[in-house]
Design a protein around this ligand. Structure first.
Ligand code: C2O
Length: 355
């Protein structure tokens, strides 16, 4: 491996949903004026940490603020080319980095299924959160986290299920709305065993123990394998596979059904890379994925960040809240407090669910 350089923006091309089907619009980021002089990002000075709270515990004041921020972000989507900090272009970041729009040399960039997964999404949320804070003029604004590792968070967070609000997305599996009950990571299995709500919850806690403790004793298992450019060998980390993946698929529409726009579903929005960022709950889901990174390190032992230079020096490209383009390095996202945010503590009952 070698460190992954930032994507080559000048060669950005159309993204693909499947081998043969293309995304019908461009996911490419607007090209900055001086491509060769994109500066490295420096953390702005800050006085107060942004504290991410569990979504199920959010109060009305917070929900109103969050809705306001997302609706303002959606209102930025009226220009052509799209505003880099608008709602659609922010969702397109995920599409471009994950559906083959970016090339590095003649290889296609893919930030999933490898050790790029955690740092890419951390930086992605970092900028997204700062954009939201900036458009409502509240630098302390923090994303919520979907606390699916705790019984209280094991359903779609209610704030995302209010029809007609900015946080709602109609392109979701309608039988997985909060009133339908707890999440079931086994819903993909055809042969389903009847289980009670309580059993489902304890199954999930056991699963969390496996993915965080038993199966992830060292960085290689937790983060996934080194990223080799253009290599199709998929070697994702434990949490990326489960529960990260199933939560996406569980939330999105059922593949093969008809979407509101008349097309056939590939799992949109949450269940496919190119469209996942169009559902605001994506960022809430990933906030908890990101929190698992911190929780994992807190368990101790060999559970530390990767020390390999190729990981530390890998780079991504993002626009900040002022619409300015920056390069960022993996090595600068290892400490959330340095990045200006942290997680409100929640008990982690899965720690006691050793199978
Ligand atoms: Cu980039 Cu949850 O996927």
């Amino acid at each position: 491996a070698a460190p992954t350089p930032p994507p080559d923006l000048s060669s950005c091309s159309i993204a693909k949903i499947t081998e043969t089907e293309e995304v019908s619009y461009s996911c490419c980021a607007p090209t900055p004026d001086d491509l060769n002089k994109i500066p490295y990002y420096k953390f702005p000075s800050m006085t107060k940490l942004r504290i991410r709270q569990p979504a199920h515990a959010a109060d009305e004041e917070y929900i109103a603020k969050y809705n306001l921020a997302i609706s303002r972000m959606k209102h930025l989507d009226t220009t052509e080319p799209l505003n880099p900090i608008g709602f659609k272009q922010q969702a397109n970041i995920h599409c471009a980095y994950c559906n083959g729009a970016y090339k590095i040399g003649d290889k296609v960039l893919q930030v999933h299924n490898s050790w790029l997964f955690f740092p890419f999404h951390r930086w992605y949320l970092y900028f997204y959160e700062r954009i939201l804070g900036s458009i409502i003029d509240d630098p302390t604004f923090a994303l919520p986290y979907w606390n699916w590792d705790h019984p209280k968070g094991m359903r779609m967070p209610a704030m995302f299920d209010r029809e007609g609000t900015a946080l709602y997305d109609q392109v979701r599996n309608q039988s997985h709305r909060p009133r339908e009950g707890v999440m079931d990571f086994w819903f993909l299995l055809v042969m389903k065993v009847q289980t009670t709500k309580l059993q489902l919850m304890s199954n999930t806690l056991t699963l969390m123990y496996r993915q965080m403790v038993t199966n992830a004793p060292c960085p290689r298992m937790f983060f996934g394998a080194p990223y080799v450019l253009g290599n199709n060998v998929e070697a994702p980390g434990t949490i990326e596979v489960i529960p990260h993946g199933p939560v996406h698929v569980w939330t999105g529409t059922v593949p093969g059904t008809t979407l509101p726009n008349g097309r056939t579903s590939h799992g949109e929005n949450m269940g496919h890379f190119y469209s996942a960022g169009l559902d605001p709950v994506f960022f809430c889901h990933h906030s908890n994925v990101d929190r698992m990174w911190s929780e994992w390190k807190a368990i101790g032992g060999k559970r530390r960040d990767i020390s390999h230079k190729d990981w530390l020096n890998s780079e991504f490209f993002f626009y900040d809240e002022n619409g300015d383009p920056f390069r960022v390095k993996v090595r600068d996202c290892l400490d959330t407090k340095k990045m200006g945010y942290d997680y409100a503590p929640m008990p982690t009952p899965w720690r006691n669910f050793k199978p």
